[in-house]
Design a binder for this molecule. Structure first.
Ligand code: TXA
Ligand code: MG
Length: 544
C-alpha cells in the first residue's frame, strides 16, 4: 500500500490537505495524526469495520480498547451513559488537553472500540493539527498510539513513518509532540476514581479538582499480579519495549556511578540525565534533566528508540523521581525495563492497619521475624503528648485544662470524652496531633532506611492519619467479627458486652478494603497466618 504524507504547519492555510487526509478516514481507512502527547492512529469510532483496520495495522491484541477523540466537550454526551459531576469538573479543568476519562459507554460505541468492555475512554486533544483533522472528519475518532504494538509510542513523524509506512494510506506530519508520553487515563466508572495510566495531568492535580482521593492502580508501578485481571487491558502487555534489555539501577547518581563502574563490562550503554554522561564510561543516551520530569517525559520514548539505533543490547538506566509527572515517566520506563532492578534497592515501607482483635500485632510480629523493622504509630502518638510537649500544650489550650491530670500528664479518658463528642472536635484533635505523628514517623523511617530494606508502619488509623502517604504499599488485617470478639475477651479479660462496645467504638475506616493494596484474612491457625505473612513479604519485597 502506498502511504500519502501530509505535512501540516499551518492549519488555517492548509485546509485542503487536512480535508484530503480526512477523506481517507471518512472512507473507512486509518490515518495517523499528531497530538500533544504522542501520534495517534485514527479511524471512525462509530464504524467497527474501520476500527478493525487499526488493530491490523498495529498488530494490536483485540482485547485492548481504544480511546475515542473529540474536539468539543459536548461531543462526549452521545458516547457515554452519563457524564458524572466528577467528569464535568475534569473536562472543565483540563480539556482540551492530555487526559482521558473512562465512563460507562452508550450503545453507539461499537464492540471493536471498547473491546467488549462496558466502558469507553474519551479524550479531547489540544494539538491544533489533531483538532483540525478530527473536525474535518466530522466523527469521533478512535485512536491508539501510532506505533507497532509493543514498540515505544511515536513522538516524531519519522517514527510513525518507520512503523506505519506501507501499512496505512495516510500519515499527517505535524512535527514533534509536546509531552512525549501518552495521556493520563482516569476511570470514573466506579465510585472511587482510579488512575490507570499517569501522564502530564498529575494525581495531585486530579485530586485537587475532584476534591476526593484518587486511587492509583497498583499496576501503575508494578507488574500485573499473576492470575489477576487487568482493569485496564493495556496494563498487561509488556508495553514500550525497546530491543535493548534495560535494567534500572536504584539510588542516587553517586550510587549509579559506583554500580556502573564495578559492572561496566556487563553494559553496552547507559540511560542517564543530561550532564551525567561526562562522568560515565560507556556510550550514553540522555532522558531529560534530573529535576525536571516534564523534560524526561518529552525525551523518554525518543531515548528508548535511540538506544536501539546505537545497537545497545544491555542498558543500565537511572531511576527517575516518581513525584508529579515523574510517576508517568517511571510507569513507562519500568515497563520498558520489564521491571528489572539492580543495585541496592532503597527500602520498601509497608503500612499495616486493622481493628482491635484483627491480629494486626501478630502480623507485625511475623514480619519482624522475617527481617522487617516495625514502627509503632500508637507509641509515637503517646510520645508526642508527654508533659511539656507543644502538642499537649495546644491540646490543653483547645480542649481546656481539665484534660490534664494533677501531675501534668494527659488524662486520656477526659480528652477522648471531649474530642469524640462531635465530628468537629474529632477533626480538631486530628489536626493538632496527626501532623506531628507524621513528622515523627517520617524521621523514624529515614533513620531505619540506612540499616534495613523492609520497614513496617503499624497504624490503626493508617489512612485517616495520612500515614499511608509515607508508605510504598499498604495492607489491612481482617478477621470475622465473632473471632475478633473472642480474641479481645480472652486477651484483655473483658465481658462480651465490653468487648462489643470496644469494637463498635473504634469506627473502622469505612473504605479500608478499597484503599489498602493487600488484605490479610486472619481466619486460620497461627501457622496459616505466618504463611500468609511470608507470602505477603515475598510479594512486596520482590516487587522491585
Ligand atoms: O495520549 C494518548 O492517550 C494517545 C493519543 C493518540 O491520544 N493514545 C493512546 O492510546 O495512548 P493507546 O490505545 O495506546 O492507550 C490507551 C490505553 C490502553 O492502555 C487501554 O487499555 C486503555 O487506555 N483503555 C482504553 N479504553 C479503556 C477502558 N474502557 N477501560 C480501561 N482502560 C481503557
Ligand atoms: Mg499505545
Amino acid at each position: 500500500m502506498k502511504t500519502e504524507i501530509f505535512k501540516i504547519t499551518d492549519t488555517g492555510r492548509q485546509r485542503d490537505e487536512i480535508a484530503r487526509a480526512a477523506a481517507y478516514l471518512k472512507g473507512g481507512e486509518p490515518v495517523a495524526f499528531p497530538t500533544e502527547t504522542v501520534y495517534g492512529l485514527g479511524a471512525n469510532a462509530l464504524d467497527g469495520d474501520a476500527v478493525k483496520k487499526i488493530f491490523e495495522a498495529k498488530g494490536r491484541p483485540q482485547d485492548n480498547p481504544l480511546i475515542v477523540h473529540i474536539t468539543e466537550k459536548e461531543e462526549i454526551y452521545p458516547l457515554v451513559k452519563e457524564v458524572t459531576d466528577g467528569a464535568k469538573r475534569l473536562m472543565d479543568a483540563f480539556w482540551p488537553g492530555p487526559i482521558t476519562i473512562i465512563l460507562p459507554k452508550s450503545d453507539i460505541i461499537p464492540g471493536e472500540v471498547s473491546a467488549g468492555l462496558t466502558t469507553v475512554a474519551v479524550r479531547c486533544p489540544s494539538h491544533p493539527v489533531a483538532r483540525a483533522f478530527i473536525k474535518a472528519c466530522g466523527v469521533p475518532v478512535a485512536a491508539p498510539s501510532a506505533n507497532i504494538s509493543g514498540f515505544p509510542s511515536p513522538t516524531e513523524f519519522q517514527y510513525v513513518f518507520d512503523d506505519m509506512n506501507g501499512r496505512i494510506p495516510a500519515i499527517i506530519d505535524g512535527g514533534s509532540c509536546d509531552f512525549g508520553i501518552e495521556s493520563t487515563v482516569i476511570s470514573l466508572a466506579e465510585k472511587t476514581p482510579v488512575l490507570f495510566r499517569p501522564g502530564a495531568v498529575t494525581v495531585e492535580q486530579l485530586q485537587e479538582v475532584l476534591g476526593v482521593e484518587v486511587k492509583v492502580d497498583r499496576a501503575v508501578l508494578n507488574p500485573l499480579q499473576a492470575g489477576k485481571k487487568a482493569p485496564s487491558p493495556g496494563m498487561k502487555y509488556k508495553h514500550y519495549a525497546p530491543k535493548a534489555e534495560i535494567s534500572i539501577v536504584r539510588g542516587s547518581f553517586a550510587d549509579f556511578a559506583d554500580y556502573a563502574a564495578s559492572h561496566t563490562n556487563e553494559a553496552d550503554a547507559f540511560l542517564c540525565f543530561e550532564g551525567e554522561e561526562k562522568s560515565l564510561s560507556k556510550p550514553c543516551v540522555t532522558m531529560g534533566s534530573c529535576g525536571d520530569p516534564l523534560s524526561q517525559a518529552r525525551r523518554l520514548f525518543d531515548a528508548l528508540r535511540e538506544l536501539d539505533e546505537i545497537g545497545a543490547r544491555r542498558v543500565f538506566s537511572r531511576d527517575p523521581s516518581k513525584k508529579g509527572v515523574g510517576l508517568g515517566v517511571c510507569n513507562r520506563l519500568y515497563r520498558a525495563a520489564a521491571f528489572r532492578f539492580l543495585g541496592s534497592p532503597s527500602s520498601i515501607v509497608l503500612g499495616i492497619t486493622g481493628g482491635t482483635g484483627s491480629g494486626k500485632s501478630t502480623v507485625c510480629e511475623c514480619l519482624k521475624k522475617l527481617g522487617a523493622e516495625i514502627i509503632d504509630a500508637d507509641k509515637i502518638a503517646r510520645s508526642i503528648v508527654l508533659p511539656g510537649s507543644p502538642v499537649l500544650k495546644s491540646l490543653a489550650e483547645s480542649f481546656g485544662g481539665d484534660i490534664l491530670l494533677p501531675d501534668g500528664t494527659l488524662d486520656r479518658k477526659a480528652l477522648a470524652g471531649k474530642a469524640f463528642s462531635s465530628e468537629e472536635n474529632t477533626r480538631l484533635l486530628n489536626s493538632l496531633t496527626h501532623p506531628e505523628i507524621i513528622k515523627e514517623c517520617n524521621e523514624k523511617i529515614a533513620e531505619k532506611r540506612s540499616k534495613c530494606s523492609f520497614i513496617v508502619v503499624d497504624a490503626p488509623l493508617l489512612f485517616v492519619s495520612g500515614l499511608d502517604k509515607l508508605c510504598d504499599v499498604t495492607a489491612r488485617v481482617d478477621a470475622p467479627a465473632e473471632m475478633r470478639l473472642e480474641r479481645i475477651m480472652k486477651r484483655d479479660s473483658l465481658t462480651r458486652q465490653d468487648a462489643e462496645k470496644r469494637i463498635s467504638s473504634q469506627k473502622p475506616e469505612a473504605t479500608l478494603a478499597e484503599k489498602a493494596d493487600y488484605t490479610i484474612e486472619n481466619t486460620g491457625t497461627p501457622d496459616t497466618l505466618a504463611a500468609k505473612c511470608t507470602g505477603l513479604f515475598n510479594k512486596i519485597t520482590a516487587r522491585g
